[in-house]
Design a protein around this ligand. Structure first.
Ligand code: C2E
Ligand code: CA
Ligand code: CA
Length: 328
């Protein structure tokens, strides 16, 4: 009797061990499958990012049609659809420094997308996709709203003169009502419109010059500042200056980077600063990374610096602290 009882218990034990082992190996296999899938997806995205961020890509859109890019685009698109609801976007702020005082005057808001599966995806990758999906309109509205709310919080902390610049793409101007979005935010925050800046890129301007010029004039008449981003990289930056109510020129990073090695780059930077003087515009040098560049830009009469030499883009709390430490 006793023996049978022990036998039964033993049988149950064996069955239990066998069951647990099977369950464990099934979960292990499943986990491995998921892990591999995630790893492969990350690889595809990483490859895609490197294609997109390769400067040659900008002039050779054909490389996007590679298999990697097509697969990555599908993965990104499916995740991007829900990214807003899942609160996966956030803004970082890159300080702008006044050349004369060395103090922070405000920041450019730059969007980030952190997806649990894909990691941090570059805006250069997902902004064009958001435009394709029509997501850029709600996304752009979220950017303007968040930048306004954060600026208000800084002002409430006594950082009252800070400005904020938002990037606005062609699709945002064409599809959405950027003017109303900004008006709404200015009213909601009750901050001076002069503290808000819109950064427009040249490619944006090419698309639909007359309509965009009109919207920019409306913004300017309210007091909002207009900056021309990546100045000097397009085909007709000078001719656009005739029509657009620009207040600020942002010298493209590529010119700043090459200044030490190439006299030509130095000459281009000096010419842009001179042009700005004549047109009574302010000049921001982007991508400032070392003290030699700082020295040259100061001598040439640049108004503001922006770049890793002063600060990388910072999350809100870090930016707030940066301002506290670098403001009179
Ligand atoms: P951008 O507007 O020309 O922004 C400057 C880019 O240069 C940023 O990259 C910034 O992190 C990077 N940068 C700043 N200082 C330095 C430096 O000293 N050295 C180097 N190597 N890089 C520097 P990010 O944030 O990846 O943005 C890339 C582009 O994506 C932006 O170029 C802009 O065209 C677009 N973008 C970013 N945020 C937004 C947004 O909120 N809306 C729209 N429409 N476009 C955005
Ligand atoms: Ca910009
Ligand atoms: Ca730029």
């Amino acid at each position: 009797m006793m023996e049978t009882g022990i036998q039964i218990n033993l049988t149950w034990l064996i069955l239990l061990v066998a069951f647990s082992a099977t369950a464990l190996s099934i979960s292990l296999v499943l986990w491995l499958q998921i892990w591999r899938k995630k790893r492969d997806r990350r690889k595809v995205i990483a490859q895609f990012n490197s294609i997109v961020n390769n400067s040659a890509y900008k002039y050779e859109p054909a490389s996007v049609t590679s298999e990697t890019a097509v697969e990555a685009t599908d993965i990104l698109l499916s995740n991007l659809q829900q990214a807003m609801q899942k609160n996966e976007f956030f803004l970082v702020y890159q300080p702008k420094i006044a050349v004369k005082t060395g103090l922070v005057i405000g920041a450019e808001a730059l969007i980030r997308w952190l997806n649990p599966e894909l990691g941090l995806v570059s805006p250069e990758t997902f902004i064009p996709l958001a435009e394709k999906l029509g997501l850029i309109v709600p996304l752009g509205e979220w950017i303007i709203k968040t930048a306004g709310v954060d600026l208000k919080r800084l002002h409430a902390d006594g950082l009252v003169d800070l400005t904020v610049a938002v990037n606005v793409s062609a699709a945002q101007f064409n599809a959405g009502d950027v003017v109303s979005m900004l008006v709404e935010q200015i009213n909601a925050t009750n901050l001076p419109p002069q503290l808000f800046e819109v950064e427009i890129t040249e490619s944006l301007v090419m698309d639909n010059l007359a309509k965009i010029a009109q919207m920019l004039r409306t913004l300017k008449s309210m007091g909002v500042k207009i900056a021309m981003d990546d100045f000097g990289t397009g085909h007709s930056s000078l001719s656009q200056l005739q029509y657009l109510p620009v207040d600020i020129l942002k010298i493209d990073q590529s010119f700043v980077k090459g200044m030490q090695r190439y006299d030509r780059n130095h000459a281009i930077v000096a010419t842009i600063v001179n042009l700005a003087r004549k047109l009574e515009l302010k000049v921001v040098a982007e991508g400032v990374e070392n003290d030699v560049q700082v020295q040259i830009l100061r001598e040439e009469g640049c108004d503001y610096f922006q770049g890793y030499y002063y600060s990388k883009p910072l999350a809100y709390a870090e930016y707030r602290q940066y301002c506290m430490d670098n403001i009179v």
